[in-house]
Each structure stands twice: as structure tokens, then as C-alpha cells.
Design a protein around this ligand. Sequence first.
Ligand code: ZN
Ligand code: ZN
Length: 344
Amino acid sequence: MLENRIDRRILKENLHNESFKRQTISFYKYFEINNPTEFRNQVYEQWFALNCFGRIYVAHEGINAQMSVPEDNMAEFLKQLYAIPQLTNVPIKQAIEDDGKSFYKLTIKVRPKIVADGLPDNTYDLSKVGKHLTALEFHEAIEEPEAIVVDMRNHYESEIGHFKNAFCPDADTFREEILMVLEKYKDEKDKPFLLYCTGGIRCEKASSFLINNGFENVSQLYGGIIEYAQQIKKLGIESKFYGKNFVFDQRLGESVDGQVISHCHQCGKPADTHTNCANDDCHLLFIQCDDCKTKYEGCCCDDCKTVIQLPLEDRKKLRVQHHQKYADSKIFKSRLRPKLKADI
Ligand SMILES: [Zn+2]
Ligand SMILES: [Zn+2]
């Protein structure tokens, strides 16, 4: 089995002790892969040999990769990557804030889709996608009076950072979001739509779906927030993206303009650090400030804090009750975000 089975703590320690630098990069490409497992095994062997880490998804519809590559191996990595015919010159994005500690092992998974869309296949056509706008074009297009800016990410992502005037659907799945957009703007299909997401991969599908549903003027931010953040830094212009860009690695977010636009879910103070509840049976993804982290010992509530002190047997008994309680409570339901997944 091509898999790394060493203990997580040891792997993290190894990463910490590395004497060389790593670069955090990402790329994706929609293209037909006939045998995803075979493809997966081939790239696993190559990238393992180059000491690459990361989280990569392979599906019939393409590849989506977030990786950290040792700087010294970057040239060889790119050479091998570009040697795959469909990936020749695939755009590579560099992370905004990069300490090279984004991943501590290599995981490549075969999935039904690289972006889990929950939509029937015939409801979009990836050969007809929205117009790609550069960061600067997008930056200017936002100001057009008719423009409708839509955040195609999940609520827990847009909560800590989003574009000026953006509609941020309060939803946790791609399917929910896109259907909300469809419903909300069903009478404005002729307006200019500006879509964005983290790196662009979700907008390819979202724009394709909207076009298929009669939207006439759909554009998307090419390269996503990651590319935008780099371009505005390079060009020295003021960001129209406020707050933090949520990322799916150990860091959970990288600041774009230094502002904190969200609040601690426990005390309401400004905060933008996501955490998963320390009670593994709960694992709620939520925003917690440093004070509350100490006070609740990394948990989402007093109940979970009590639970983590208990012996394992007692915890198991409580598990069922706990879940029921939260599923029933309206207040908490609005906060009940899914376990952090990294499929997009
Ligand atoms: Zn707090
Ligand atoms: Zn909890």
C-alpha cells in the first residue's frame, strides 16, 4: 500500500526538525482521468521520492492538490509534473503566508469528484465556464454598479474573510450554496455576476452551473483569493478582500489585509482563529479567541470541557446524549459546522 503509516506526532516532530525549506503550493485541473487509482499511484511514487507532503485528490474529473515541496526539489517536481501531458504548464499558486509547515505527510486520495458538488452530472458542462478575470480586472469589476459579487465558499470560510459587497451564502455545502444563488437571483440572470472562491476550482463548476441555468454574464476570479492577495501585494493596491483567507491545511487561514472581521463564537470578541473542539466526539469547527481557548481548554462549551476530563468508557456513554442535545438546540444549530474537511 502506498501510504504513510507513521504516527502523527512523530511526523510533526520530523517536520519541525527539518533543516531545509519547504514551499506551500496548490494547483488543480479538470481533465478526464480514465483510471484515477493508477494515476494516483504513479504520482504518489514520484512525489514521495521527492519528499513532498500534502493533501491531494484525484477523480475521474481531474486533480486538486495542496502541497509542500522541499525548495531544493521544486525544479525536479515541476519537471515531472509538467511531463504529464494534461498538466503541462498547469498554473501553480504559492501560499500567501508560508512557513513551510502546512503539511507533515503525503496523502493522495481517490474520490468520486475533486469538488464534491452534489449535483447531477448533466446540470453543468465544464467546457462552458465563466469568463476568467485577472485579480486586477476583478478588483475593478466589483465597483460596477450592476455587479453582483458572490462568495462560492462555505459559510465558515466567508465568515472570517470575504470581498466587499459580496453575497456570502449561509451554507455548508457547495450544493446548498449554488442552489441559494440560483433562487436568490432567479430574476436577475442578465446582471454581471462575479464569482470567487479560494483558488478558483469551485467557481469553474459554479459558473458552469449558472450558465447552464440561463445566467448570461458570469465571470470568475481566476486563481481565486490566493492569486488576488498576491497581486494586490505586488501592485501595492488596497485590498477589497477583508479579513482572512480560510485554507485547508494546518494553518486554517492566512491574513489578506490584516483585519479581523469575525468574532469569537463564545464571548463575541473580535477573533478569526478556527479550531476544532478538543472533545473528539464533538469536533465542532468554530471560532475561538485565546481567552476562551484557555477558559474552555479548547472546547466549544462547558459540557465538552467536562467530557474531556472523563475516562474513555464514560465518554462513550455520553456521546449519544451530547449529539442529540446539539441537534435539538436552535442556538447551537446555527453554529454547528461540519467536521473540517479538506475536499475543496
Ligand atoms: Zn472568546
Ligand atoms: Zn464541543
